[in-house]
Design a protein around this ligand. Structure first.
Ligand SMILES: [Zn+2]
Length: 394
């Protein structure tokens, strides 16, 4: 079991004071996280997600935030909270989600538990601890300075784990008004690196229609959709270009009905990842212009690129540099990572708004049975976020 990382003693007295402030309030931070984890909120259950949304709204309202609910029909509501600041500058946007991948009832087998510096539970890392970090760093800034240095907008969405279709427009509208976007998704690795690049994500379905026949009596009248799909899969798989960070994965294949029937239908679901926005149009065109090898087959391709990549632009690098300086004052070296998975930070970065992701909890096992955060890392994550909320607006 990896133990908590040794924290160097902070050289900066103000940073030391902040770290001590959050260390003294660790129990309150843990209790906020538990409150949120213990309200289960699978993306596909509107009532459950609305329940956690209301609980979160109440906590932000106590801090003086102006709550605005963005109603969603098929998913939970999205929650916007605006905080005024001492200046009238553009707000810093804190971005995250309160939906999880765990079905209702998961708490029974995966309870919220503390042992050996680990806090375990469904969604504790991804990303209910991130929401708690937002709450406690805003509270601390108000405590220290009487008010926030500049306006802060919080946006928590209900459908991030299922593609953010219902929330994307809200996220993009708020990002356009913001000076910078801080995404409080889980950090990377047990050192807690932030994420300065994420791949863009696409999803396609390739459907083949052939003609069914009896494999014994009428073999030659049949047109085998599975054989056609197999050839397409070879072709699609070869679109992968590792040097460009472009990957194409055929993840699900379906087709056929019985061994003695020439199959009339087969389909594949394909995951596409791109590191650079300029590769999006090319791979999309390749997918859409697939043509059947066997002209007796019909080929249908649906889908597209869902999230643009978050590229490490100058704006992203500048935000990261600010975070590194804050972490350095707190006594540690903050790393950065480029990851293959997408988040809503992809949308905001795609608009050219400086975005820094992975500012949430440190832990392991997102979406898995052993999902947990490291409790000992919470104070410095809160201190980092508070410092960055201040610095990002300047
Ligand atoms: Zn997440």
């Amino acid at each position: 079991m990896p133990g908590p990382k040794k924290i160097l003693s902070p050289p900066n007295p103000e940073a030391e004071r902040r770290l001590a402030y959050f260390t003294a309030r660790s129990d309150q931070l843990i209790s906020t996280i538990r409150d949120l984890v213990e309200i289960e909120s699978p993306s596909d259950n509107k009532a459950a997600v609305d329940c956690v949304s209301a609980a979160v709204a109440k906590k932000f309202a106590v801090l003086g935030g102006r709550v605005k609910v963005h109603p969603a029909k098929d998913f939970g509501n999205h929650l916007q909270v605006d905080f005024a600041g001492k200046s009238a500058a553009k707000p810093v946007l804190l971005l995250g989600h309160y939906d999880t991948v765990y079905p209702l009832g998961t708490l029974a087998t995966m309870p919220c538990r503390i042992a050996n510096d680990k806090l375990t539970g469904p969604g504790v890392l991804d990303m209910k601890s991130g929401i708690a970090l937002m709450l406690h760093s805003i509270a601390a800034l108000k405590d220290w300075h009487g008010d926030l240095p500049h306006p802060v907008t919080v946006l928590l969405v209900s459908d991030e784990e299922v593609g953010s279709d219902s929330s994307r427009a809200v996220t993009e509208a708020l990002a356009k008004k913001a000076v910078a976007v801080l995404v409080i998704e889980p950090s990377y690795g047990l050192e807690g690196a932030v994420k300065t690049a994420r791949k863009g994500v696409g999803g396609y379905q390739v459907k083949v229609t052939g003609r069914a026949s009896h494999a014994g009596l009428d073999f030659q009248k049949g047109v085998n959709a599975i054989v056609e799909l197999a050839r397409q899969i070879e072709k699609i798989t070869a679109f992968t270009d590792l040097k460009k960070g472009l990957t194409v994965n055929v993840g699900i294949v379906t087709g056929g009905s019985r061994t003695n029937v020439v199959p009339a239908e087969a389909a594949a679901q394909v995951d596409v990842r791109i590191a650079r926005l300029k590769d999006a149009a090319g791979i999309d065109k390749k997918m859409r212009t697939l043509r059947p090898f066997n002209r007796k087959c019909k080929l249908e391709v649906t889908g597209g690129i869902n999230r643009p990549p978050m590229e490490r632009t100058a704006g992203v690098a500048a935000l990261y540099a600010k975070a590194v300086a804050i972490a350095c004052d707190l006594g540690w070296k903050l790393g950065e990572a480029a990851v293959g998975g997408g988040s809503d930070g992809n949308f905001t970065a795609g608009l050219g708004i400086p975005t820094l992701d992975g500012l949430g909890g440190v832990g392991d096992g997102a979406h898995a049975e052993h999902e947990h955060i490291l409790i000992s890392q919470l104070p410095r994550r809160a201190a980092l976020l508070a410092g960055l909320i201040e610095a990002a607006g300047m």
